[in-house]
Design a protein around this ligand. Structure first.
Ligand SMILES: NC(=O)c1ccc[n+]([C@@H]2O[C@H](COP(=O)([O-])OP(=O)(O)OC[C@H]3O[C@@H](n4cnc5c(N)ncnc54)[C@H](OP(=O)(O)O)[C@@H]3O)[C@@H](O)[C@H]2O)c1
Length: 317
């Protein structure tokens, strides 16, 4: 059994906390700690974490719950693994908090870090040379309707980069399997990550800008635009060593948009809630790499500029 701390227990983090927990009857979970916003954590401490699954709901109680790394530092919890599950725009703040808390020389001294988040370039933000940092992506879909409560919306695979120690891999593999979820430690992780980025670069900004469900991506009026976005992303990926075929990527985008046609993308949800989006680590990442390689990516730049202008609170009319 490994000790795990979820840093950023929201939708995905709280759910992964459940997947990795040693749940036995009604007993307190000892091996997983949740670190999240105070209101969510307080609700969990008071009434447990409610998880709505298609087969019914569960209520989990955790011995270790924190709302800051300082609280972790004052505890007797020593995680082997820290899984960071915040939105990409919160990642720098998380790193700053961890560094300032002194926990890296205390409770987190022997921890490996895993960034389980969307987008790319997260490792470049989370620069922690003293510890192992790995990345992961997931296609599990989870909602976070209110503090203390999460809801599974879609099952999907979780992929981590290879290179994680064998004991941790074995532990995570067993726990995911026990709960009926698929996990992979992929040698070609970058390809998985790029494929997710291709899809997100199309579905996220288009749904956020049109304020429509994912199915909008199948509109005949968007065919040329989507082809341009994908073509640009594929040429940037090729410069980074990930060779992908444009037509196969287009098929992937259409198949995901079709399977999830009634879903509200995460970027649209962020816009609807008046929050920041993860555009900087999706189309923004493509643009930064394109500049590095001297490639023009006008379709991605237009989507990026439009979404950023929606985030800009200076222009509330
Ligand atoms: N939800 C999904 O179905 C899903 C699926 C695939 C991938 N993902 C990816 O997974 C990542 C997390 O997404 P999510 O949907 O789980 O986001 P989320 O529900 O917003 O969860 C993140 C939680 O971390 C909290 N947080 C942020 N900074 C913190 C800090 N410094 N200390 C304590 N808590 C902090 C956030 O609070 P505030 O809201 O107050 O900042 C929020 O409660 C994203 O990159 C997302 O794209 C999500």
């Amino acid at each position: 059994m490994k000790n795990v701390m979820i840093y950023g227990a929201g939708a995905i983090g709280s759910f992964v906390g459940y997947l990795l927990s040693d749940v036995a009857g009604d007993t307190l979970i000892e091996n997983v700690a949740l670190l999240g916003r105070r209101s969510h954590i307080q609700k969990i401490l008071k009434a447990g974490l409610r998880i709505d699954l298609p087969e019914g709901h569960k209520c989990l109680r955790f011995r270790h719950c924190f709302s800051s790394p300082d609280e972790l530092r004052r505890s007797n919890f020593f995680p082997d693994i820290v899984i960071v599950c915040v939105k990409t725009y919160s990642l720098q703040r998380v790193l700053d908090e961890i560094m300032a808390s002194g926990a890296l020389n205390g409770n987190l001294k022997n921890s490996d870090f895993m960034l389980l988040m969307n987008g790319m370039g997260n490792k470049e933000v989370f620069k922690l040379t003293s510890h192992n940092v790995f990345e992961g992506i997931t296609s599990i879909g989870v909602n976070f309707p209110e503090d203390g409560s999460i809801e599974l919306k879609g099952r999907g695979k979780t992929v981590f980069e290879d290179g994680i120690g064998p004991e941790i891999k074995h532990f995570m593999g067993e726990m995911f399997e026990e709960k009926g979820f698929e996990i992979e430690f992929a040698k070609d992780f970058k390809n998985h990550q790029w494929n997710k980025l291709f899809v997100n670069s199309v579905i996220n900004p288009i749904t956020a800008l049109t304020r429509k469900h994912n199915g909008i991506v199948l509109s005949k009026y968007l065919e040329d635009t989507i082809e341009n976005i994908v073509e640009e992303c594929v040429s940037v990926a090729a410069k980074e060593g990930c060779v992908a075929n444009k037509d196969i990527v287009l098929d992937l985008v259409h198949s995901i948009a079709s399977k999830t046609s009634m879903n509200t993308s995460s970027m649209l949800q962020d816009v609807q809630r008046g929050r920041m989006t993860e555009i900087d680590s999706i189309n923004g990442h493509v643009i930064r790499l394109a500049r590095k390689h001297g490639i023009k990516v006008p379709a991605n730049e237009t989507l990026y500029a439009l979404v950023k202008s929606m985030e800009d609170t200076t222009f509330q009319l």
